[in-house]
Design a protein around this ligand. Sequence first.
Ligand code: NAD
Length: 299
Amino acid sequence: MEKIAFIGLGNMGGPMAANLVGAGYAVTAFDLSPVALEQAVACGCTRGESAESAARGADVVISMLPSGAAVKGLYLGARGLLQALDAGALVIDCSTISAADARQLIAAAGERDIRAVDAPVSGGTAAAVAGTLSFMCGGDAGAVDAARPYLQAMGANIFHAGPAGSGQVAKICNNMLLAIHMIGTAEALQLGVDNGLDPKVLSDIMKASSGGNWSLEKYNPYPGVMDNVPAANGYAGGFAVALMLKDLGLAMDTAAGSASSTPLGALAKNLYQLHGSREEIRRLDFSSIQNLFRRPAGD
Ligand code: NAD
């Protein structure tokens, strides 16, 4: 069985690594956070003492990190993982980063005869736990096919979006739309509540009507409407406001590069900036944007 190194064991990476273990792979894991590493070990991963020691001798390295800077810091440079890996190894970066950073990583890997793909994901933490993520892959077809068995252990849908960086382009288009429909959902729910409706009843009505969308149906932002979503848990865990702001920044940079008009994406970024003006809010799940619309009690 191939040896896998998994780097970045946060809200997403932790359950993804656990699903690889569940599929029978030998996974050596590493995270800068001792708590995250401990949880991965409890799920059956072998403890890596460093990213480099986890990756040495591995057939496959999978990373799930918060930013392009973290991904480039991990792989590139004199002490980067590309120097530690054997020729023929496969790198699968599942982080959401810029297409330019993904292309730089894949090109640098190619110079060392290491195959690499960008494979950002959609579905959120529930899909990461359930092993039903959607992967959007960029890279050459051979590398994407080589990645497929590992991605299948963590996901339900694997798309080949196009050449290197294409997975990232698909991902930021998706997340720009996600931000827009999450904000629209929060705004509509609040309008109903302010006019005497029960948010659960209103959600049921809109789910069966033309306002239905993923935020409303699978990730309802109004507390008390759904169980097992961050809104049911004080907006803890899930997909941080800080990460959504990063993705909206990537979308706006991409739009500037292609002279595309993205007025709703720009407004969504602006509203998330307003909402996330304090550090403790940037750590909350992005559905906490509901609080931007909620009136203080008694108002
Ligand atoms: P997270 O902050 O929960 O986890 C990131 C982990 O990476 C942390 O445990 C951190 O300690 C670790 N880390 C950071 N730099 C490291 C390094 N150099 N070496 C080793 N470990 C390092 O973030 P997350 O929610 O798991 O998101 C990870 C990525 O997945 C992001 O790019 C995000 O945009 C994307 N994503 C998240 C979701 C979601 O619902 N949370 C959904 C789709 C995509």
